[in-house]
Design a binder for this molecule. Structure first.
Ligand code: PEP
Ligand code: MG
Length: 293
């Protein structure tokens, strides 16, 4: 009996009818990269950068971040590495950010909302990311987006960062791919316009379920109601996919639902271009895709 790895290593993620899908990995730390490579992922679809902030006693410096991003880019040897900018707030609290206690943290001051109002924190991360872009295929994505205006603000800050690096004579890649997470109903509703501004979408089904169904993803008591298969959630994903494709952009899923093998055919039928899952799910997903029509 051959192991899944022996059967499937090096094989394409392709259905019987010839539809190809990118199968990427989700990671939360540099130490996960070994598992990504061992399981033969095509790239990293979600690198949660929060660990840099959670493991630190104070804001991680540009140099500290640069080293981590550079290393992951180098270890992935030219494969795409999508790094998500910090998604602190709500369930992920860090003391030194000095955030106020909130009535509704999930609806509160978090993620891109912190980055756009405390731009020095955001710029430090973006400088580290752009510097690391010289060492591999780094892509950057932004969490909790609700509007086109936010993306325009982000792009303006990125231009400032790039200009600084140019003036300092520091190497970086000019055309780093930029994406947004689709994890709020607002992002879905304006996805046609968002798609005009970015290179790709990545659906965060954990939050998209929470915000679509108005059900706290952290509340154990609500687990029976937290239904990621709800038709409203699936319609949201389909709509985002249609709008991404209408603008010639690609769309992935990086939330837990991407690894739900009972939905793989549904996602293929929607034309989802990439599924990013825990390293241990790469090969089972590849198997599922290769069995699909
Ligand atoms: C999501 O919301 O689905 C997601 C991938 O991000 P996180 O789980 O880190 O909020
Ligand atoms: Mg999320």
């Amino acid at each position: 009996q051959k192991t899944l790895l022996e059967q499937l290593k090096g094989k394409e993620n392709i259905t019987k009818s010839g539809q190809k899908v990118m199968v990427y990995a989700n990671i939360g730390n540099l130490s996960d990269v070994g598992a990504v490579l061992k399981n033969d992922a095509g790239g990293i679809g979600l690198f949660r950068s929060e660990f840099l902030y959670l493991e630190s006693e104070t804001f991680p410096t540009e140099e500290e971040q640069f080293k981590v991003y550079k290393q992951v880019a180098e270890n992935m040897a030219g494969k795409r590495v999508i790094i998500r900018t910090l998604d602190i707030g709500a369930d992920k609290q860090v003391d030194y950010f000095g955030l106020d206690k909130e009535e509704n943290p999930a609806l509160g001051y978090r993620a891109i909302r912190i980055c756009l109002t405390r731009q020095e924190i955001f710029k430090t991360q973006l400088r580290a990311l752009y510097r690391a872009s010289a060492y591999g295929q780094i892509a950057i994505m932004f969490p909790m987006i609700i509007s086109v205006d936010e993306v325009k603000q982000i792009k303006k800050i990125i231009e400032e960062v790039k200009q600084e690096l140019r003036e300092e004579g520091i190497d970086f890649r000019e055309n780093v791919e930029l994406g947004v997470m689709i994890e709020t109903p607002a992002a879905v509703m304006v996805s046609r316009d968002l798609a005009k501004e970015v290179d790709f979408f990545s659906v965060g089904t954990n939050d998209l379920t929470q915000y679509t169904l108005a059900i706290d993803r952290q509340n154990q008591k609500l687990e029976p109601f937290y239904d990621s298969h709800h038709p409203a959630v699936l319609s949201m994903i389909r709509m985002a996919a249609e709008n991404a494709h209408a603008e010639g952009k690609w769309i992935g899923i990086c939330g837990e639902l991407g690894a739900d093998l009972s939905l793989t055919e549904t996602f293929l039928e929607m034309g989802i271009d990439e599924l990013s899952v825990a390293p241990g799910m790469i090969l089972p997903l590849r198997k599922r895709i290769r069995e699909a029509d």
